[in-house]
Design a protein around this ligand. Structure first.
Ligand code: CU
Length: 141
């Protein structure tokens, strides 16, 4: 009987341990000197059965952090702020250059390749994910 209870207990723990939101492959773009904006890219996986929306983001490196998307208007691509980024159930939303991204506006210091920065993501299911170290990477876009 004890064994059965133990097995059930372990099984429940596994179920609870599966996070509904998982962030992978996050990186921030290195900045040239005097450039005050940068962006963070990643994959956000929603393992739950409900749509979850990213509604806010914060970082200690910049006062303003926004959720952005790129739109094309009259042949010109521009970035616009989104109130939220919805992630469908059991799917992955990709934040990538020239697509959706987390925008860092008015960064306090230059982001140099090899540095790392923190990021906090706030979702509409009351879940907050803090990533302590996102690598800063120099990438040619
Ligand atoms: Cu942007």
């Amino acid at each position: 009987m004890k064994k059965v209870i133990l097995v059930i207990f372990i099984f429940l723990n596994i179920l609870l341990a599966q996070d509904d939101i998982v962030i992978t492959e996050a990186y921030a773009r290195a900045t040239p000197p005097n450039v005050k904006n940068s962006a963070i890219f990643m994959k956000i996986t929603n393992n739950s059965q409900k749509a979850i929306a990213l509604i806010d983001a914060k970082s200690s490196v910049s006062k303003i952090v926004e959720i952005h998307t790129n739109v094309k208007e009259n042949g010109i691509t521009k970035m616009i702020k989104m109130q939220k980024l919805e992630i469908e159930p059991n799917s992955t939303s990709i934040l990538a250059p020239k697509q959706n991204h987390i925008m860092l506006i008015d960064i306090a210091k230059q982001l140099v390749d090899g540095d790392s920065i923190d990021l906090t993501l706030i979702f509409d299911n009351d879940k907050t994910i803090k990533i302590e170290k996102i690598p800063v990477v120099k990438k040619i876009l």
